[in-house]
Design a protein around this ligand. Structure first.
Ligand SMILES: Cc1cc2nc3c(=O)[nH]c(=O)nc-3n(C[C@H](O)[C@H](O)[C@H](O)COP(=O)(O)OP(=O)(O)OC[C@H]3O[C@@H](n4cnc5c(N)ncnc54)[C@H](O)[C@@H]3O)c2cc1C
Length: 341
């Protein structure tokens, strides 16, 4: 369940081995929090901003198994800043590792995985609202009241609190597993995107600024024009991720009312006044990144009953590459299980 990068990676691996799967995805798009929006000639990554290819298995997946012609290397380094807004060049070792997105946005990864999974059926706008286990397998009910199943294996990839909500009334699910899902906490984050018809900054030495101590209102600020194909020449799109501490108390606020505060924090950080953007956008992320991980020993017990988990909740870090890896790894465990059936 879920066509984020972990669910799609699992379906891709199963499909390569000839196993059929069905993915239920509540939204219209693919790739979940590896998210991109388009606006005219612009596209911008308003969830995950980039991924690295430093994991050999993920490098092989994205550069050898899937088409690599749309990959774009992001130019410029990630610099860092502290609570007072003091900016310094980032860690040279980190900056030596290249950062990647796709020409038409990071969510391309979802399309490429789905296109290369002939045995996987992806049902978009299919929100699962109820899960039950019967003698012959797992049954899902969608928001239209339609039942799907029985399935011998169920793979859950939504953020842990969403999985807990779906599984809480299923008698086959143990109290221990529900408590474990409930133990996983996520950062909430507000993302603002500021569009300019001319370069937002005349001179800069970095692609992005990252707050290392978590004490600044801004967590991350970056320039989408450093990704080939995202922004028409001579224009700027600035992505600003506000900190969890700033975002949480303002989570339900009207976004229009928050924009002046965001602009003020951005100008203070950059040390110069930015004009009003020509256009802007925003996104609230209720479950931006997990703070802790599901424990493997508890997940193993669920796997014995045919209930598997993948995604960033299983690794405790919000990273596209780790979510992909968790999908590939769970697929191997599912294949082993199917081979014994
Ligand atoms: C603001 C932000 C910035 C980030 N920055 C970075 C970064 O720069 N680099 C990086 O590597 N990572 C970054 N991350 C983290 C990265 O995006 C995630 O770790 C990764 O995309 C998680 O993938 P996943 O498959 O585990 O989960 P998801 O992408 O959340 O996939 C789960 C899917 O399940 C679907 N779903 C949920 N409930 C249901 C339901 N009831 N029925 C059907 N479908 C359902 C969802 O719609 C979703 O598509 C960032 C995340 C955010 C939010």
């Amino acid at each position: 369940m879920g066509a984020g990068v972990s669910g799609l990676a699992a379906a891709w691996s199963l499909s390569r081995s000839g196993w059929c799967s069905t993915l239920h995805e509540k939204s219209r798009g693919l790739a979940g929090r590896a998210a991109t929006r388009r606006r005219g000639e612009h596209c911008y990554d308003h969830g995950a901003n980039f991924f690295r290819l430093d994991d050999a298995g993920i490098h092989e997946l994205l550069t050898e198994h899937l088409p690599a012609n749309e990959l774009v290397e992001i130019t410029g380094d990630v610099w860092t800043f502290d609570a007072q807004g003091n900016i310094s060049p980032g860690d040279p070792a980190h900056n030596a590792v290249s950062k990647w997105s796709y020409r038409r946005g990071i969510k391309t990864i979802g399309r490429l995985l789905a296109d290369d999974s002939p045995h996987a059926e992806v049902r978009r706008e299919s929100q699962v609202t109820c899960i039950d286990k019967q003698d012959d397998g797992w049954m899902l009910v969608d928001a239209q009241g339609q039942a799907h199943g029985p399935h011998s294996i169920l793979l859950m990839t939504p953020p842990a609190p969403q999985s807990m909500h779906l599984l809480k009334d299923c008698p086959a699910v143990t109290a221990e597993l529900l408590a474990e899902l409930g133990r996983i906490n996520y950062h909430r984050q507000f993302c603002f995107v500021l569009g300019y018809d001319s370069p937002a900054l005349e001179h800069r030495n970095y692609h992005a600024l990252l707050n290392l101590d978590g004490q600044h209102e801004v967590s991350w600020l970056s320039f989408e024009e450093d990704k080939a194909g995202h922004v028409p020449p001579g224009q700027s799109v600035v992505v600003v991720q506000m900190s969890p501490a700033w975002s949480s108390p303002r989570y339900a606020h009207e976004r229009e009312g928050l924009l002046p505060e965001v602009m003020e924090a951005v100008c203070r950080l950059l040390g110069q006044d930015l004009p009003e953007p020509a256009w802007w956008d925003s996104q609230r992320w209720a479950y931006a990144r997990p703070m802790n991980a599901l424990r493997p020993e508890i997940l193993q017990k669920a796997e014995a009953a045919g209930l598997f988990f993948a995604g960033d909740a299983t690794v405790g870090k919000g990273r596209v590459s780790l979510a992909l890896r968790s999908g590939l790894e769970v697929a191997d465990r599912i294949k082993a299980r199917l081979a014994c059936q």
